[in-house]
Design a binder for this molecule. Structure first.
Ligand code: DAK
Length: 256
């Protein structure tokens, strides 16, 4: 298997496991990621961590050799498969992080952008080099990158195919944080531990308000916020959270 799904305490872990080819994504890996996202959605995991095997790469993109000699319809279906797989990760009810410890190019960066967060080590190098192959991104990059870093910078990266290092990626908001260490899973666990102590209701509503709000006007976004924050007040977790504060104790959230 070139992709592994495992569980480690509260964490689900997707490992791209093709280090000899820098974890380049074959179509069967995209299908496996899509299936893994379904399995994670039905699991008790509180967060998803996505890592690449081997010391060199998170993922060097779509498998270029496999992309060749395919019909127009096959290419379209391939793009839709990748988009669907990464979109499932983006829409999971739990937060996710991609730990970029080396190269993240093309489809690899698109997978990382499907995650809620990205963290990178100093050695990370990222880009959407499709233009150098006579292609354009096909797994969500043209849509997610401008939403993350703005139109001008996204166009710069997509149209030049240029590689950015970890510092520039952090400055541009492409990665949340630069982290130190050489064990991607440990780095991912450490980062995600900030997010898993809360109830899923509040955590999901908060994310939904931000993500849905970005797709619409401020006025409509404020209406979404009013509705979701009102909904959050109705949960037992909200009663527990506020009661625990008043009673000066740690809350026990139950996702209800
Ligand atoms: N595909 C296949 N094999 C790859 C690969 C890739 N993307 N990247 C690396 N490899 C393989 C190399 O061929 C090599 O294998 P062997 O020759 O040893 O058998 C092995 O991994 C190690 O790579 P290198 O020897 O090149 O390692 P270096 O350290 O020298 O260089 C590198 C690392 C990451 C700079 C270099 O490997 C590189 O430039 N890789 C390609 C990066 C890239 O261009 N990625 C693809 C971006 S395009 C679609 C539309 C668009 C797309 C997909 C679908 N549809 C409409 C369906 C676009 C997708 C993309 O991701």
């Amino acid at each position: 298997m070139t992709m592994k799904l495992s569980y480690d305490g509260p964490f689900a872990v997707i490992t791209l496991d093709r280090p000899d080819a820098l974890n380049a994504l074959q179509f069967q890996m995209l299908q496996a990621i899509s299936d893994a996202a379904d399995e994670v959605a039905a699991s008790d995991a509180r967060a998803l961590i996505v890592v690449g095997a081997g010391p060199k790469a998170f993922c060097a993109g779509a498998d270029i050799k496999e992309l060749m000699d395919r019909s127009l319809m096959e290419q379209r279906q391939g793009a839709q498969l990748g988009q669907r797989a990464f979109d499932k990760i983006a829409k999971l009810h739990i937060p996710s992080v991609a730990v970029i410890h080396g190269y993240a190019f093309g489809g690899g960066l698109e997978l990382a952008m499907g995650c809620t967060f990205r963290i990178a080590t100093e050695r990370a190098r990222m880009g959407l080099p499709e233009v150098k192959l006579g292609l354009i991104p096909g797994y969500g990059g043209t849509q997610r990158l401008p939403r993350l870093i703005g139109e001008a910078r996204a166009l710069e990266l997509v149209m030049s195919g240029r590689t950015v290092d970890a510092k520039e990626a952090e400055r541009w908001g492409l990665v949340n944080r630069i982290v130190e260490g050489d064990d991607p899973l440990a780095l991912g666990k450490q980062f995600m531990s900030e997010f898993i102590g809360y109830g899923l209701c509040a955590s999901q509503f908060a994310r939904e308000a931000v993500v849905r709000g970005l797709e619409t006007t401020v006025e409509a976004g404020l209406a979404i916020e009013a509705d979701l924050s009102t909904l959050a007040y109705q949960t037992k977790d909200a009663v527990e959270g506020m009661t625990a504060f008043v009673e000066k104790r740690k809350p026990e959230f139950k996702d209800v």
